[in-house]
Ligand binder design. Structure first.
Ligand code: ZN
Length: 251
């Protein structure tokens, strides 16, 4: 049986390795600054994949972003996140767009499984992507309009949905099953009823199963196949921990 997949969670990079193992899930953990990424990438966890990120809401992370350092860190992981734009941020949109464009141009050379934030800036995010197209882009907690969602699909984007975003059944119905992946966005996207921890994506799988009229087992298999598609398109096999690589081959 394939374990649950979580494409976007916030985890303290100082966490005990056994706590991560006890999650029983494969978790992609974002970082919010290059400093945090540096610390996280010192780790070698078997089922947690640490990303390189620069959160659009963090003034210091945005101001200190350095392309060369980002490129060096990206060389050590298959995952980038989180990056993106945030219309509610104290950082000006110009600075955010400049940072994102530089990050995406590095990733265009070295594609990665990439988790993108777009709160209150969905169309602006798509504009930046259109300037720098590449495989492996996953829009996390997407709140775009129907026509923006169509545009994102045309640009080849994937979507990661959490227990909060699955309440938008129209959105789930609009995204083809082979473009959707589960996330918790722990500890932000898994508020409300039920257990809250990275990798706890049962509510997401149940919602997807209902919309597509499939079993949750089938949904689990589909999401692993989708991850496999992204890994193939971005050529990131060799950068994954070997247990995860085996699960992708198995799935
Ligand atoms: Zn996040």
């Amino acid at each position: 049986m394939l374990p649950p997949l979580d494409l976007h969670a916030h985890i303290d990079a100082g966490i005990e390795a056994r706590e991560l193992r006890s999650l029983g899930a494969v978790v992609f953990a974002v970082t919010r600054s290059l400093d945090e990424a540096e610390q996280a990438l010192e780790r070698s966890d078997e089922t947690t994949i640490w990303g390189v990120g620069c959160h659009p809401g963090l003034v210091r992370a945005q101001k200190s972003f350095d392309s060369g350092r980002f490129r060096e860190l990206v060389g050590r992981t298959p995952y980038a996140g989180e990056l993106g734009l945030d219309g509610a941020s104290r950082v000006s949109l110009e600075i955010q767009q400049f940072t994102l464009a530089r990050a995406l141009s590095v990733l265009q050379q070295s594609p990665r499984i990439t988790s993108l934030h777009s709160y209150m800036a969905t169309n602006q995010l798509l504009d930046v992507i259109a300037e720098c197209p590449q495989p492996g882009l996953i829009l996390h907690w997407w709140l775009g309009t129907d026509s923006e969602t169509d545009r994102a699909l045309d640009l080849g984007c994937y979507f990661s949905v959490n227990a909060s975003s699955v309440r938008r059944r129209d959105l789930l119905a609009q995204i083809p099953l082979d473009r959707v992946l589960p996330e918790t966005d722990h500890p932000f996207g898994d508020k409300g009823r039920g257990p809250r921890r990275p990798g706890e994506i049962a509510r997401v799988e149940t919602a997807l199963a209902r919309v597509h009229n499939l079993s949750t087992e089938t949904i689990r298999k589909c999401t692993w196949r989708t991850l496999g598609d992204i890994v193939n398109a971005t050529h990131t096999h060799r950068l994954l921990p070997s247990p995860v690589r085996r699960l992708i081959e198995f799935g």
